[in-house]
Design a protein around this ligand. Sequence first.
Ligand code: AMP
Ligand code: MG
Length: 325
Amino acid sequence: MLCLGIESTAHTVGVGVARQQDKTEILANVNSSYSPSIGGIHPREAAEHHVKALPELMEKSIEAAGIEFEDLDVISFAKGPGLGPCLRVGATAARTLALTLKKPIIGVNHCIAHIEIGKMTMGCKSPVMLYVSGGNTQVISYRQKRYRIMGETLDIGIGNLLDKFGRQFSIPFPCGPRIEELARTGKKMLDLPYSVKGMDVSFSGILTSLSTLSGEKLEDLCFSLQETAFAMLVEVTERAMAYLEKDELLLGGGVASNQRLREMCSIMAKERGAGAFVPKGQYCVDNGAMIALLGLLMKDQASSDLDRTKVNQNFRADEVEVTWL
Ligand code: AMP
Ligand code: MG
């Protein structure tokens, strides 16, 4: 069984191929990212980038997998959550391919795809996932046929916080890597709002507070931002692990590239006697492989009914009944 998956929820467009035989494996994972010349992601510009990049990515993924388009059994795409114009590009490409090849199609949840690729590549069984990306920040775990959102940001995503802060200092998008670098030489811990509500977090107060601090070194601002925001994330993740009695922590999303966040998560997991799992970079960021993998897991729900292929910008992980676990 072979599935080609298309990811296009935000600034990255990707195509992956996954195969299920005796075991499940990723055969191809090719991606291309849009980066704005100035400011943050412009949805229409990002969508235009995806339109241009997709034909070549599709060819490349088939070539890398060593198969022909006709060998595919099912086509999957990220149905949401994400930016409308970007989602529609991926969905349209997937529909076109499915119609041309006369194969069934399935729209899958992007956040669940992050969890499943993390589980598969890291070999963990039933983790609490801390999903930290540009637009999304959620603590998710499986319980009784659903991936439950135990906690989440009440306003902006952690990546969005970093990018919005960085933009004020003309750091090019995506700002996370540069902020991480600057934070390494920061020493002074500035007082920022630490906003945890149960298992939810709120980041907009930190952003406002940072913009009112004057005369502080940029390195100290970056250091304090990371220490405060990451501590909040680790706290709510630990709370979910304790509540659900889970002993595996899985990280995912672009912000999971951050070494300091990884370190804080590892320390927390170690102190609880739990394992911390961080997938390889190419599987942490948005990618086509994870969409192909989830397409395989959900292949029984794939159909030729195009009415079922509408995108959903606010698609939540807990809307999906998990039939494959
Ligand atoms: P995603 O939405 O999952 O593609 O992730 C993109 C987000 O990850 C952007 O907000 C980036 O600023 C952020 N990001 C990427 N690398 C790092 C890093 N090393 N530290 C913190 N954030 C990062
Ligand atoms: Mg993502």
